[in-house]
Design a binder for this molecule. Structure first.
Ligand SMILES: CC/C=C\C/C=C\C/C=C\C=C\CC(=O)SCCNC(=O)CCNC(=O)[C@H](O)C(C)(C)COP(=O)(O)OP(=O)(O)OC[C@H]1O[C@@H](n2cnc3c(N)ncnc32)[C@H](O)[C@@H]1OP(=O)(O)O
Length: 241
């Protein structure tokens, strides 16, 4: 699955809906595995589209968050094997997508990956945190989350946030295929049940608290102080260009 929403694959409602549909198709056509990557040469995904949260239409922003939750359920909780070929920056929601896969290969270069929410004055939702503690040790996750740490490729490899470094996108995809090939001699049902048991606690936590999670998000986007911060953040991103 190749993310292709220039310039930075920010996750807006339309892209999330497309992803949700594609994940359904992959599950339905009984694919063995999926590799998630990006059509951009330098950004895997810039995370959530800030414009969806800035001065939002309430109905749309509710659908936006619900669809994000759905994409996470379908990706993190998939039966099929998942790997991410991270060929560029992966901040925040971009990191969430990568961590929701079972294996991550990142191309070397001046790219960064991490959950930077606290730097934006945002508390990452529990399921973002659960996804991180499913990937790297709890102590490292707490440190990274509280300090909004963006890891460079070497740091990400050292902490286990990524599993391998690749020279370029083709190499990243080849390495993801190498990971998928490891399952050729492992019974598929045993593999998928084991994966889902490992992920069950996090999945159940969001299933049980899904409405509450949505309400918290809706309160968050309607807070005037948050709107002011988002406005300043958007300006800072645009000034950079
Ligand atoms: C239970 C729930 C309780 C409470 C809920 C609380 C919190 C949950 C709420 C939010 C969760 C948020 C998670 C997120 O994912 S927020 C998004 C965070 N993402 C970022 O901070 C990344 C910002 N972008 C960048 O750092 C860079 O763009 C880059 C490194 C990805 C790429 O750099 P480039 O130099 O290649 O590109 P730019 O020139 O910076 O950007 C080009 C273009 O794109 C616009 N843009 C960039 N990122 C975003 C984005 N995330 N959303 C929308 N638009 C974005 C940027 O402004 C430029 O636009 P112009 O071309 O200037 O118009």
């Amino acid at each position: 699955m190749t993310l292709q929403r220039p310039p930075v694959n920010s996750l807006n409602l339309d892209l999330l809906k497309e992803m949700s549909k594609s994940l359904d198709e992959i599950a339905k056509n009984k694919s063995k595995a999926m590799i998630l990557t990006s059509a951009s040469p330098k950004v895997f995904s810039a995370g959530l589209d800030i414009m969806e949260m800035y001065k939002p239409d309430l109905k749309r922003v509710e659908e936006f968050w619900t669809t994000l939750q759905e994409v996470w359920f379908k990706l993190f909780g998939s039966n099929f094997i998942t790997a991410a070929a991270i060929n560029g920056h992966a901040p925040a929601g971009g990191c969430l997508l990568a961590m929701s896969c079972e294996y991550r290969v990142m191309t070397g270069g001046n790219f960064s990956i991490g959950l930077n929410e606290t730097a934006l004055g945002i508390v990452a939702p529990n399921w973002f945190m659960d996804t991180m503690t499913n990937t790297i040790p709890v102590r490292e996750a707490e440190y990274a989350l509280t300090t909004a740490r963006m890891f460079n490729v070497e740091e990400a490899l050292k902490v286990g946030l990524i599993d391998e470094v690749a020279t370029d996108k083709d190499d990243a995809i080849a390495k993801c295929k190498g990971f998928i090939g490891k399952f050729d001699r492992i019974p598929a049902l045993a593999r998928s049940i084991t994966k889902l048991k490992m992920r069950q606690a996090a999945i159940k936590r969001l299933q049980d608290g899904r409405r509450e999670d949505l309400n918290e998000f809706l309160q968050f986007v309607q807070n005037p102080k948050i709107q002011k911060s988002l406005e300043m953040y958007i300006q800072s991103l645009k000034k950079k260009a």
